[in-house]
Ligand binder design. Structure first.
Ligand SMILES: C[S@@+](CC[C@H](N)C(=O)[O-])C[C@H]1O[C@@H](n2cnc3c(N)ncnc32)[C@H](O)[C@@H]1O
Length: 250
């Protein structure tokens, strides 16, 4: 059975699948972006597509007032458990990036680990960026990342397998990929072998510079930095798998 992305089985594995991801290092980068590009103090942060709290929890630990929103109840449940276990006060709410309206503003909005990529059509991307803009004060920042289009063209993603140990037993995640170059989409079908045979299809969009600039300008942002993820001063090139963008709410 193919389930909605980030359903119970996938969410229960998520932190094990990405145990090697350097969230603290990524938060260092986010904080550097706040310092370098933020107009005024950055304190209140909205983490859209917060998942299990990989960025939100470390930010809360560093003193930021964090609100996390995600569409997946199971990912949010994991984030809640982790926040409670760490004694961190993080506000966590269920919502869709395209329609969320909390009726208050923040100093920064995050869309990290390809959250914008989960918006397949132009209207979805625009709606998510409008959400980000609606939750920012003028001068507030959106920090986002995603798959870099020129890299997908030069080095198309390949089928891959990742194995983790979950609750003491091996689980194999087999990923098969299918590109739709006309729509800048990659469908990744995950089969979780060893976990009730769950399957999920993740439709991920990859981005090019001109469309990113257009999407941001159309939703009330000014692009301040476009870089390879991990180094704010390094422009992305065909070898850059993940880009980072920082834009200011105008
Ligand atoms: C790859 S995960 C990243 C999670 C987290 N930001 C991290 O870095 O670990 C993508 C997340 O985006 C969420 N997501 C995808 N589409 C969404 C939407 N339309 N609205 C809200 N959340 C969404 C998923 O549920 C998932 O938790």
């Amino acid at each position: 059975m193919t389930a909605e992305p980030f359903g119970p089985a996938y969410a229960s594995l998520y932190d094990e699948l990405y145990a090697g991801k350097d969230y603290e290092g990524e938060v260092d980068l986010v904080v550097e972006a706040f310092r370098r590009f933020g107009a005024g103090e950055t304190r209140a942060v909205l983490d859209v597509g917060c998942g299990t709290g990989g960025h939100g929890l470390p930010l809360a630990r560093r003193g930021y007032a964090v609100t996390g929103v995600d569409r997946s109840a199971e990912m949010l449940a994991r984030a809640r458990e982790k926040a409670a276990a760490a004694g961190l006060a993080v506000e966590l709410e269920r919502g869709d990036a395209r329609s969320l309206r909390l009726e208050r503003t923040f100093d920064a909005v995050l869309l990290l680990f390809a959250v914008l990529g989960y918006m397949p059509g132009d209207e979805d991307v625009l709606a998510a960026l409008r959400t980000a803009r609606a939750h920012l004060r003028p001068g507030g920042l959106v920090v986002l990342d995603g798959w870099w289009g020129p890299n997908v063209v030069a080095h198309p993603p390949q089928d891959a397998v990742r194995e983790v140990v979950h609750a003491g037993a091996p689980v194999r995640r087999a990923a098969t990929v299918e590109l739709d170059p006309a729509r800048h989409l990659c469908t990744v079908r995950y089969a979780l072998e060893g976990l009730a045979g769950e399957e999920e299809a993740h439709v991920l969009r990859y981005f090019f510079e001109d469309e990113l600039e257009r999407f941001l300008a159309a939703t009330g942002f000014r692009l301040l930095a476009l870089s390879a993820f991990g180094a704010l001063d390094v422009p992305p090139d065909a070898d850059t798998r993940t880009f980072a963008a920082v834009a200011e709410a105008s």
